[in-house]
Write a protein that binds this ligand. Structure first.
Ligand SMILES: NC(=O)c1ccc[n+]([C@@H]2O[C@H](COP(=O)([O-])OP(=O)(O)OC[C@H]3O[C@@H](n4cnc5c(N)ncnc54)[C@H](O)[C@@H]3O)[C@@H](O)[C@H]2O)c1
Ligand SMILES: [Zn+2]
Length: 352
């Protein structure tokens, strides 16, 4: 029996905050499923929406149920959905795509120019129930918990970025030890990099990184010289691969300087607005730069689940867990800069 209403976290007003509301349980179309949400992760994007910054004002309609990182269970199937089952535990790709573009028709679904995000452009996952196209559902194997299921979206960002270039035996620098940078460091280790170095300006983040990732060299760039670290590691010519995960221009500049000739950089971090880039430095160092958006559908999901089943452990990146009734505490923890991932539990709400 589907209830008529559900609890959800909504951007109800065009001002700072999110509000816990009662909303209709979404109707599903023939190609959709209805998912009962068990756990959700709070993303940096959700903080932008909470803060109602310029990006959020220009992007997010009001009202909107937010959130896009989730794990749950299928409770209803659209009439065309034959390859999923009621009761199946799942996470899912929050990027909704069309199928008409050149990129989609060539199988590069993650590059569809019409991509719309749940919890950003469309009704999201901070709710007891989520409607999702069956195409976007990713079943969760029994050995992957709902907690990990709720952070597969950002782990996917980390995996997509880290696996942009061959890492086996390479020296890798990651700028930004936020949750995604830390998970990318774990992936680089798992994928067989030789040296993995991560930089930040926040010691709490760096010690979390060291706790999550074995054999990781953390560098606080406000107190330590990256050149000294390179000498210590015997890196004579520089790093082979750079993963930019801070969105900070100074971090990118430092990365470019620290790269080997012909090095490769993947950019995930999103700088606020335009920033000056020393292009001639990049040209003369013959550096390859790749922008990264989202996750590959569905190769990234396949790879990350396979790695999780084969020893990749990112569980300690979850530093805070709250019942959803206390969601404001979760947002406070995320905003403090002293957290890793924050996970909200939706099962504590009284059943409808
Ligand atoms: N491209 C995409 O599809 C996509 C998806 C998700 C997130 N992102 C972006 O990826 C980045 C990482 O996400 P997150 O959630 O881990 O972000 P986060 O904000 O939690 O982490 C960024 C980290 O960078 C650090 N930092 C700031 N200045 C620095 C400097 N000069 N050198 C080194 N580190 C510095 C901060 O202290 C912080 O710990 C963000 O910019 C986010 O907006 C992009
Ligand atoms: Zn996210």
């Amino acid at each position: 029996m589907r209830p008529n209403t559900m609890t959800a976290l909504e951007k109800s007003k065009a001002t700072e905050g999110l509000w816990m509301v009662q909303a209709p349980v979404p109707d599903i179309g023939p190609d959709d499923v209805l998912i009962r949400v068990n756990k959700t992760g709070i993303c940096g994007t959700d903080i932008h929406i909470w803060n109602w910054d310029d990006w959020a004002k220009a992007t997010v309609p009001v009202p909107l149920i937010t959130g896009h990182e989730f794990a749950g269970e299928i409770v209803e199937l659209g009439r065309n959905v034959t390859d999923l089952n009621i009761g199946q535990r799942c996470s899912g790709e929050g990027h909704l795509i069309g199928t008409d573009s050149r990129q989609s028709r060539s199988g590069k679904f993650h590059l569809d120019p019409g991509t719309r995000g749940i919890g950003v452009n469309e009704q999201g996952a901070f709710a007891q129930y989520l409607r999702l196209p069956a195409f976007n559902v990713v079943p969760l194997p029994d050995d992957i918990s709902d907690d990990i299921g709720a952070i597969l979206d950002p782990l996917g960002n980390a995996v997509h970025t880290a696996l942009s270039f061959d890492l086996l035996g390479e020296d890798v620098i990651i700028t930004g030890a936020g949750p995604i940078g830390i998970m990318a460091a774990a992936v680089a280790r798992h994928a067989g990099a030789r040296n993995v170095v991560i930089t930040d300006i926040n010691d709490v983040r760096l010690s979390l990184a060291a706790d999550v990732v074995p054999n990781l060299r953390t560098v606080n760039v406000t107190t330590e010289d990256l050149n000294d670290v390179m000498t210590e590691l015997n890196l004579k010519e520089g790093f082979d691969v750079g993963l930019e995960m801070s969105g900070n221009q100074a971090a990118l500049d430092q990365m470019v300087e620290a790269m080997v000739m012909g090095g490769k950089i993947a950019l995930l971090g999103i700088p606020p607005g335009k920033s000056p880039v020393d292009w001639s430095r990049i040209v003369f160092k013959a550096i390859t730069i790749k922008g990264v958006y989202g996750r590959e559908m569905f190769e990234t999901w396949y790879k990350m689940i396979a790695m999780l089943q084969n020893g990749l452990d990112v569980s300690r990146v979850i530093t805070h867990r709250f019942n959803v009734e206390n969601f404001a505490d979760g947002f406070t923890a995320m905003k403090s800069g002293a957290s890793g991932k924050v996970v909200l539990d939706w099962r504590t709400l009284p059943p409808k």
